[in-house]
Design a protein around this ligand. Structure first.
Ligand SMILES: [Zn+2]
Length: 479
């Protein structure tokens, strides 16, 4: 048995240009939650031509699909994302904030790279299956709406991953490491208030203000903050203020809440208290409240068995080398990263491996983290969420970060969009596709490791899994 690094390297070179083109095209047509129609078309057209069998609309979601290859052996699922973010339109390669379209969408989380590296990985694996080097079934899952839509949680609810033996994915970042920690569970819920419109000066006594109810609800929740665990997070956005006229008592108003905590039962407890606060606000203002559940996701369960394999492959492939032009550009971009953004990335690296040798690094000398962050099993929980988490409850799942951006580049910023089509990003993406492929190969060559990963998951999920999105909730395109 061999790692097949050499054949992987040479097949990867063959497909490099196609992968870069695909990722750049997805970057150029940034589409948001559950509306990723063109991005799906680009991917499925490519995969179909490459000989994969495509199933569209899986899990009842129009922009979810699976591309399959191989007829026997374990099923390795590679999870791909391709959705963008609103308001982050930005010219590629520019060192200043320069929207291409004012208020337009942008690939602020690098998902153009994320999905494409997954496609690169299944392409590499298909060639090895064809050559008889490996045996297995390779499924690329096109997973929409990671941003604000929890696409994968809906897909898990519909049983999409039921036959998958192992799931692998990655995320572009400003350093390279195994994703060894957990993430917060969350619920996202709309609270819609209905009151009575009226002339605000002439007949205010006849009006019942829905906007007052939203404000009182937010005050109530802000008082609740002291009485939840310190890792819990409650964020809100007023999605309807009831109009722009102060002279009309606002008859309709709506607020969207995102509630996060360590586990779903904890989120659920906080959510129930927030519903009571909303009902209280409605009572105080003489309005009515409707609670509309939008989406949810669980906490992530890292898998130590697969994480160790990934760490080995991250080192085996070796971090990309950059040319002078790329380093010059990276140095310029590094100047746009604030010292607090830079230290926040360093802190994140330290949560992955506490003794990381990061203290002597300065942001502009060499604007990349110089090594793969060493791996250790972690009990840490990151203060964010991912819908990969629900897959990790039903299938042994592992993921990693690969450097695609200068050290300290925060996710969801114009700086990240700007870097998404550059050599740095392309090199990180191609690196990630090789790591995904080599990890899959190791698992297919050693099915005992798959059993070990499954046993590990069984131990961690003894309490059972309940999908956090109620049966009647359907994916919402308009958030
Ligand atoms: Zn992301």
């Amino acid at each position: 048995m061999s790692s097949l690094l050499k054949p992987i390297e040479s097949i990867s070179t063959q497909y490099e240009e196609e992968m870069i083109k695909l990722s750049d095209r997805i970057w150029e047509i940034p589409e948001t939650r559950f509306k990723e129609f063109e991005s799906v078309k680009l991917q499925t057209t490519y995969l179909k031509e490459a000989g994969f069998e495509i199933e569209m609309g899986i899990g009842g979601i129009q922009t979810a699909f699976v591309a399959k290859y191989g007829s026997k052996g374990p099923i390795i699922g590679i999870l791909g994302e391709f959705d963008a973010l609103p308001g982050l339109s930005q010219k590629a390669g520019s060192e200043v904030r320069e929207p291409l379209i004012d208020g337009g969408n942008g690939h602020g989380c690098g998902h153009n790279l994320l999905g494409t590296a997954g496609i690169g990985a299944v392409r590499l694996l298909k060639d090895l299956i064809d050559k008889g080097e490996i045996e297995g079934r390779i499924h690329y899952f096109g997973c929409p709406a990671e941003e604000g839509g929890s696409g994968k949680t809906f897909m898990v609810r519909e049983g999409v991953f039921n036959n998958v033996d192992v799931a692998l994915t990655w995320h572009p970042n400003s350093f390279t490491s195994v994703f060894n920690y957990s993430s917060l569970a969350n619920y996202q819920v709309y609270f819609e208030f209905e009151g009575i419109a009226s002339h605000a000066a002439n007949s205010p006594h006849l009006g019942r203000s829905a906007l007052d109810a939203v404000e009182l609800m937010n005050v109530g929740v802000n008082y609740l903050r002291e009485h939840v665990s310190s890792s819990a997070r409650m964020h809100y956005a007023v999605t309807n203020t009831g109009g722009l006229s102060p002279n009309v008592v606002q008859a309709n108003a709506e607020v969207l809440y995102l509630i996060r905590a360590n586990t779903i039962p904890e989120v659920d407890g906080i959510y129930k208290r927030i519903v009571k606060i909303a009902e209280g606000a409605a009572m105080m203002t003489g309005t009515k409240v409707k609670v509309k559940f939008d989406k949810a996701c669980s906490n992530y369960i890292p898998n130590d068995t697969i994480n160790k394999i990934i760490y080995d492959k991250l080192q085996l492939v070796g971090l990309p080398a950059y040319n002078d032009e790329e380093i010059d550009y990276a140095k310029k971009m590094a100047k746009t990263i604030t010292p607090s953004e830079f230290s926040s990335a360093i802190e994140e690296i330290k949560t992955i491996y506490e003794e990381s040798r990061v203290d002597n690094l300065k942001d502009t000398d060499y604007p990349f983290y110089p090594e793969v962050v060493p791996y250790q099993k972690s009990t840490h929980t990151m203060a964010g969420s991912t819908d990969v988490a629900d897959v990790s409850w039903v299938v042994p799942t592992s993921q990693f970060f690969a450097t695609c951006f200068v050290l300290g580049t925060p996710l969801h910023t114009w700086q990240l969009v700007s870097q998404g089509k550059t050599g740095l990003a392309h090199k990180g993406m191609l690196y990630a596709s090789k790591v995904l492929a080599l990890t899959a190969i190791e698992l297919l060559q050693n099915p005992d490791l798959i059993d070990q990963a499954k046993n590990e998951l069984r131990e961690q999920t003894k309490g059972g899994y309940v999908n956090p999105i109620p049966e009647e909730v359907v994916p919402n395109r308009y958030g």
